[in-house]
Each structure stands twice: as C-alpha cells, then as structure tokens.
Design a protein around this ligand. Structure first.
Ligand code: ZN
Length: 131
C-alpha cells in the first residue's frame, strides 16, 4: 500500500467523498473544507509538484478543474470560486501529491448550509452528471 494518502484515495484504498473521476484524474471533497463544496482534483499517477507531473496529467487535472467548477456553479451557485495549486512546503503545499483546490466563496448568508460532506458530495455528483 502506498504511503501517499492521495495515491490511496485514487486507488480506492482510502475513504473520500469522490465526486468525479476519469482515466487520469480523481476529484473529491476536502475533509477540512474552507468553503462548502471545497473540492480537490488530483492526477491518478503520483507526482509531487508541477515540476514532476507529465504534461498530459497536468492538462487532465485542469480539464477536470474546469468541469468541477461548472458542477459547483450548477450545484451551489457560489458568488466566487478560488482555484489554487501549491508546490513545495514553502509554496504552501501540505500533501505531497499534486492537487488543485476549488474553494467556492459565498456572500454572507448565501452558503448552501447542507451541514456535512456527504450531502454536499451528493448534490455535487448529481450536478456533475449534467455538465
Ligand atoms: Zn501520491
């Protein structure tokens, strides 16, 4: 078993609220959301940073980011969306498997207030079927 938690999630060996996947990428909810609907996108193949990832996987990650962004808008209609990708500890990276964050931002009182990861994932998965 891999020591990398994101490799374990990609392989289905660690639990995660998966919302979208294809042959190169997996998208799942951040377990410590900075905003309701906070989603991570990773390549299935382990790569630590932008300096390690293949061009194909980099492109695949950003195609999935764009699709998840559409799903987040359809599901939650956020007022803004912060997309972040960090490289190395000094770059702000916490898990050393390349990932992009999508963090929806809501005006005061506009967050969906679903109260947990499971209902957020359920609504996002449903909306992603249509985008
Ligand atoms: Zn990994």
């Amino acid at each position: 078993m891999s020591a990398c938690v994101f490799c374990r999630i990609a392989a289905g060996e660690a639990p995660a609220e998966r919302v979208l996947e294809d042959d190169r990428t997996v998208a799942f909810l951040d377990i410590h959301p900075a905003g309701e609907g906070h989603t991570l996108v990773i390549p299935r193949a382990h790569a630590e940073t932008i300096w390690d990832v293949t061009a194909e996987d980099w492109g695949a990650v950003w195609r999935t980011v764009r699709r998840v962004a559409a799903g987040l808008r359809a599901a939650f209609d956020p007022d803004g969306l912060y997309v972040r990708q960090a490289n190395g500890h000094l770059g702000g990276q916490e898990v050393m498997h390349l990932h992009a964050h999508l963090i929806p931002r809501y005006a005061a009182g506009r967050a969906p207030g679903l109260g947990g990861l499971a209902p957020v994932a359920e609504r996002l998965r449903a909306s992603l079927e249509g985008v």
